[in-house]
Design a protein around this ligand. Structure first.
Ligand code: ADP
Ligand code: ADP
Length: 229
């Protein structure tokens, strides 16, 4: 469960310019694909299209063989988990933020997911960052900590498909390694699409596609791509 296919996808936001010019790839259930390429190549567009935020002009996007046009927004959102580059949190406790999307989860499940994401120690605190919230339980979370809240939420939701948008901003090496470890754990056994900014972070992806100007310029494993250079 969780196979993703893009078949000759053409897309433009407006009539003036084609953004994706025939993109095809297939991620077998449980495998990981990484999409790399220069800024503006169309990487984030691929993730927006998988959520069907926009309709494509031609081609098809399928999940487990089913065209996403035939899938309800609810089941699409249930099937795909997203760990964005920059997580916006609700003005409520970390526990509330982790539970969001799985309100039926028990306190124990929330705590366990938070521990796996290494934010178990402060789930009753508020995320902070808003003037109104700087109270005694207020906490100012770093970018890395906010991303770990998103990871905990995804661990709890356990979707078959995972979309990861790697941080472009510089995190310190320790934080980056911790986040990388948490991401590796959450993606195990799930179909994973990683939008990567550096080839070095996706060495273990089953396939890497290099997107340039809306087209796949190169594809292969990390070793294949190094050999071609
Ligand atoms: P990447 O993630 O590879 O940096 P994007 O998918 O964000 O690239 O963007 C691809 C191209 O689409 C860019 O030229 C960008 O300016 C353009 N673009 C992105 N979003 C929109 C939008 N909502 N409307 C029009 N053009 C957009
Ligand atoms: P209908 O379902 O009424 O036959 P179409 O098949 O023409 O309509 O598609 C409706 C809209 O969905 C069109 O704007 C088309 O570009 C878009 N679309 C087509 N295939 C996909 C797809 N796989 N994912 C998202 N949008 C799609």
């Amino acid at each position: 469960e969780g196979k993703v296919e893009f078949r000759d996808v053409h897309f433009s936001y407006d009539a003036n310019r084609q953004i994706l010019k025939g993109v095809s790839f297939e991620v077998p259930a449980g495998k990981t694909i990484a999409i790399v390429g220069p800024s503006g190549a169309g990487k984030s567009t691929v993730s927006r299209l998988l959520f069907r935020f926009y309709d494509i002009q031609s081609g098809a996007i399928l999940i487990d063989g089913q065209d996403i046009r035939d899938v309800t927004q609810e089941s699409l959102r249930a099937a795909i988990g997203m760990v964005p580059q920059d997580t916006v949190l609700f003005n409520d406790t970390i526990a509330y933020n982790v539970r969001y999307g799985r309100t039926d989860a028990t306190d124990e499940e929330v705590q366990k997911a938070a521990e796996l994401a290494q934010i178990g120690g402060f789930i009753e605190s508020l995320p902070g960052g808003y003037a109104s919230m700087v109270g005694e339980r207020g906490l100012k979370l770093s970018g890395g900590e906010k991303q770990r809240v998103a990871i905990a939420r995804t661990i709890l939701k356990a979707p078959p498909i995972l979309m990861l948008d790697e941080a472009t901003s510089a995190l310190d090496t320790h934080t980056e390694q911790e986040i990388q470890a948490a991401l590796d754990m959450v993606s195990r056994g799930r179909t994973t699409i990683v939008i990567a900014h550096r080839l070095s972070t996706v060495i273990s992806a089953d396939e890497i596609i290099v997107l340039k100007d809306g087209q796949i310029a190169e594809r292969g494993t990390h070793a294949d791509l190094l050999r071609q250079r």
